[in-house]
Every structure is written in C-alpha cells, then in structure tokens.
Design a protein around this ligand. Structure first.
Ligand code: MG
Length: 171
C-alpha cells in the first residue's frame, strides 16, 4: 500500500488534472467564439492531454490497490478580456500544476516511496514541456498578435497541432 499522504495527494491530482482539462476547454471555447479555430484546436488538444494525465493518476492508484475518491470538478471562473489573458492564464496554471507535482514528489521522497517517484518522473519532464509551450505561445503572440495577417498565420500554425496519446502507458 502507498503511504496515506502520498495516496491522498495522488487522488487530489486526478481532480486537478480534470480541472485543467476543464480550464483548457474554457480557453477552447473563448477562441472558438473569437473565430480563431487554430488557437481553439490547440487548447482542445491541451484539454485532451489533461484528461489523459488524470487517467494516469487514476490508473496508478488502482494499480497500487488504492480506491479512488472522485470529487466535484470546479467551474473554470477565469474572465478573459483579450487573447493574451488566455495565454498568460495558461502559463500561470502550468506553473501551479508544476508546484503540485513537485509537492507530491517531495512527499514520496519523504516516505521513501521510490515507485511513486519513478511514476512522477514522467510528469516532472512533462511539466517542463508544458511551461515551455505556454511561454512560446506568449512570445509568439507578443511578436505577431497585434498584426492581423500575422495573427492569421499563427492561427494556421496552431491549427496543425494533432493529438497524440501520452508516452507514459500504465497497464
Ligand atoms: Mg497535466
């Protein structure tokens, strides 16, 4: 059995990841309404990835004989006044998720739970990539967002993002 505190944090993370999916769906919704379907596509795929993350935590707990407790998923309540607001909220959220993952890792380390540490290694790397992607989006928007033609091109680029299942697979 897993350490109780570690197991509770892993269980909480299921909810946080599903909330992340909700938040990114809300961003998808914002960009759909803006008519920027490439941006909308990018955030929809982001939402699918977050759902996958939730399922990985879910499966990991079940694989370790821990019963999962599912809680209510909060309503995304961020108000976006402009495109850049969305991008910045995305980065801020990923930095928050990184802190959550780091916190679980720290507890697993304390409990000498090497199995969970190894499981979380994938998420540590993933969070590095998520933060880089969010920062890249902001940089591109700063460079091109104010010019309609460039925004159109950027939107076309983001339309090309395709979903792929996570490289971490739990049996
Ligand atoms: Mg995630």
């Amino acid at each position: 059995m897993l350490n109780k505190k570690v197991a509770d944090l892993l269980n909480d993370q299921i909810n946080k990841e599903f909330y992340s999916a909700y938040l990114y769906l809300d961003m998808n919704n914002y960009f759909e309404a803006r008519g920027l379907n490439g941006f909308a596509n990018w955030y929809k795929i982001q939402a699918m990835e977050e759902r996958d993350h939730a399922m990985l935590f879910y499966q990991y707990l079940q694989n370790n004989d821990c019963k999962v407790t599912l809680g209510a998923i909060a309503q995304p309540d961020k108000k976006f006044k402009c495109d850049m607001d969305v991008l910045k909220a995305g980065l801020e959220h990923e930095e928050y998720v990184t802190s959550l993952i780091n916190n679980i890792y720290a507890e697993a380390y304390k409990a000498k739970d090497f199995r969970t540490m190894q499981f979380l290694d994938w998420f540590i790397k993933e969070q590095g990539e998520e933060e880089t992607n969010a920062r890249d989006m902001i940089t591109k928007m700063e460079l091109f967002g104010s010019d309609p033609k460039s925004l159109y091109m950027l939107n076309q680029e983001l339309a090309g993002r395709v979903y792929s299942a996570p490289s971490l697979v739990l049996d």
